[in-house]
Design a protein around this ligand. Structure first.
Ligand code: MG
Length: 225
């Protein structure tokens, strides 16, 4: 195997417990969405998001658009204006100190060590790049954004598609064989490998019995480069 020059990290299930999103982030946004819209709807950024949401939901007043967005959230529908509004609500929570991102304890020390060795670190997650910066700017281990060289979201393509990994390799200017992808989802790892990347499967919560289609670790500090 070629020496690794860049490491691309998934967030949920890889650096951060899936439960942090399902039990903390999403309920936080859901509980605050109606009030947030009421308080901020005259601000240009929020007004633009509401316009987009009205068009996407084919509803025409603020009450109805709030109901529609709550409905999308319940069903975990990835609608762009909803994702943007969630980002703004989370920003308020992170900046006020109410929200702090969970990280597995092995993550921050390992990322710092990799960064110190000159490895470039990137995030690739389905949450917006904007939300990724917030998430990594306010973790239990502090602001980790100085360790990161870039953020990719579904604007580069979906995480289960080979083409996304080809585009990321091109964007970061690194030969595919020198990129290592860390994820907890097999289909994502399969796509990355098909693009020529090295892969490691994070099995955080332990799922014995799965075929070892990729090299597996349960913690970052087991990774030898
Ligand atoms: Mg994941």
């Amino acid at each position: 195997m070629l020496p690794v020059e860049a490491i691309v990290l998934d967030i949920e299930g890889t650096t951060t417990a899936v439960a942090f999103a399902t039990d903390v982030l999403y309920p936080y946004a859901r509980a605050r969405l109606p009030n947030y819209v009421r308080q901020h709807r005259d601000e240009p950024a929020v007004a633009a998001i509401l316009d987009e949401a009205r068009a996407a939901g084919e509803v025409w007043n603020d009450e109805a658009v709030v109901v529609r967005m709550c409905h999308w959230m319940e069903r975990d529908q990835k609608v762009t204006p909803l994702k943007e509004l969630q980002g703004l609500i989370w920003e308020e929570g992170y900046r006020s100190g109410v929200l702090t991102t969970h990280l597995y304890p092995d993550v921050a020390p390992t990322l710092a060590a990799w960064h110190a060795r000159g490895l470039r670190l990137y995030i690739y997650s389905s949450g917006s790049a904007y939300a990724q910066r917030l998430i990594y700017g306010h973790t239990v281990a502090g602001d980790l954004t100085p360790l990161l060289s870039g953020y990719f979201d579904t604007r580069i393509g979906h995480k289960r598609e080979v083409a996304s990994y080809r585009r990321i390799a091109e964007a970061i200017g690194t030969p595919p064989g020198r990129i290592l992808f860390l994820s907890d989802v097999r289909e994502e790892l399969d796509a990355a490998r098909e693009a020529g990347w090295q892969t490691l499967w994070l099995v955080r919560e332990g799922l014995p019995g799965l075929a070892a289609a990729h090299r597996r670790v349960t913690r970052f500090d087991q990774i030898r480069l």
